[in-house]
Design a protein around this ligand. Sequence first.
Ligand code: HEC
Ligand code: HEC
Ligand code: HEC
Length: 322
Amino acid sequence: MKHKSGIKVMALVVALSAVAAMISACQGAAGPQGPAGPQGPQGPSGATPSAPAPKVKALGAETPVAAYPAGVQLQLVGLADEFRIKYSITLVNATDRDLGNITITVPLPSESRFYELATTPEGAALKGKPESSVEWTLGKLAARTSLGPFEYKISVPKQTAGPASAKAQWELPNAGSVSAAGLDFSKIAVNLPKRGCTACHELRDNKTGAVTIAYEAMERGGPNHPGLPFDTTVSTCLTCHKPGTGDREGKGAVAPLMLRDIVHPAHLNSPSFTGTYKGNCFTCHNVDGKGNFTLLGEKSKTDFRGIPDEAPVKSIPPSEGK
Ligand code: HEC
Ligand code: HEC
Ligand code: HEC
């Protein structure tokens, strides 16, 4: 029983860190809810060898966590993070005996390069210099405790890298080892980068319309903002917020301001946009062959670098060019 609840706590920790990221995306003076938080990392992979596997609810996915007979688990999570792939490893000792003289060995996935060490928990030490694998040593892991995350980052010179794996060995109270199940590159939660308005501004609350762009318009636009259906696209915003002409030169065609004059500063000055989402010009734009900054109105499918999965890229030509 103890064993089972230990696993649940770990799953919760992973889930909570996703919630924390969501909260930090929700800052705002007037207090409107922020757009969707980044996708959480994939749930921990199961340890081998496998015994009857209790199902553990992690991040909405039923992740089977195999129960190691001695109750020691090694959890491995991968997360695409700013062009690099970060692997996090946690060692869980759910037994009632202390483990001693522990080594955690994490071979670098094939087709990957060691980039940097991200986290070494207190009490652990890096062994040697990471070349073909990253190794940490640890004097002791007390009964019913866990230690982590051990984290390192790789860069991926090609389109994908091979699967990740991790192994922990200990000498005390008697020699033993445990491995994390191989983690396939395609299973790594890719939470960055996002491209296209609806990659972040999706409908999350049927009552208020949060956090669609229509919701943003009505929250930020104030009580006089025209009412808009929650599925309003950016093309509709532009009917009023495109650049005006004649005596409306430099203003919105109908609205006081052009959309660019609203969204450029509101995003690029927002710590949620630049921090949590690592947003930049290419979050909303593509640049076409004539040098036009076309607009990504819809969420576009990309790989971990933000490179589109489909061509031509669906984007809206600039208002002036129409
Ligand atoms: C990568 C995520 C992301 C994408 C993509 C994105 N936004 Fe945002 N947007 C944000 C965040 C974060 C905020 C909240 C800023 C704050 O309050 O800190 C925001 C706020 C806004 C606001 C409120 C501005 C104000 O007046 O404060 C509008 C309007 C908006 N977005 C429209 C858009 C449009 C239109 C697009 C597509 C062209 C878009 N956003 C794409 C993350 C995103
Ligand atoms: C029918 C015309 C119309 C449409 C469509 C429209 N707006 Fe507006 N918008 C306005 C007007 C008018 C105002 C000024 C409201 C005021 O000052 O009371 C405004 C103001 C705003 C503001 C406040 C800017 C500021 O000064 O802080 C934001 C943000 C905004 N609109 C975003 C949007 C977005 C995003 C969309 C599309 C989802 C959109 N609007 C669609 C007419 C429109
Ligand atoms: C939150 C989304 C968003 C981000 C981020 C963003 N833009 Fe824009 N940008 C827009 C919108 C919306 C328009 C207005 C499009 C229209 O009126 O047709 C626009 C218009 C433009 C235009 C005019 C279009 C053209 O080709 O004439 C340029 C240039 C531009 N943006 C450059 C940038 C640059 C450079 C950055 C990064 C520093 C940036 N944008 C970041 C949403 C964004």
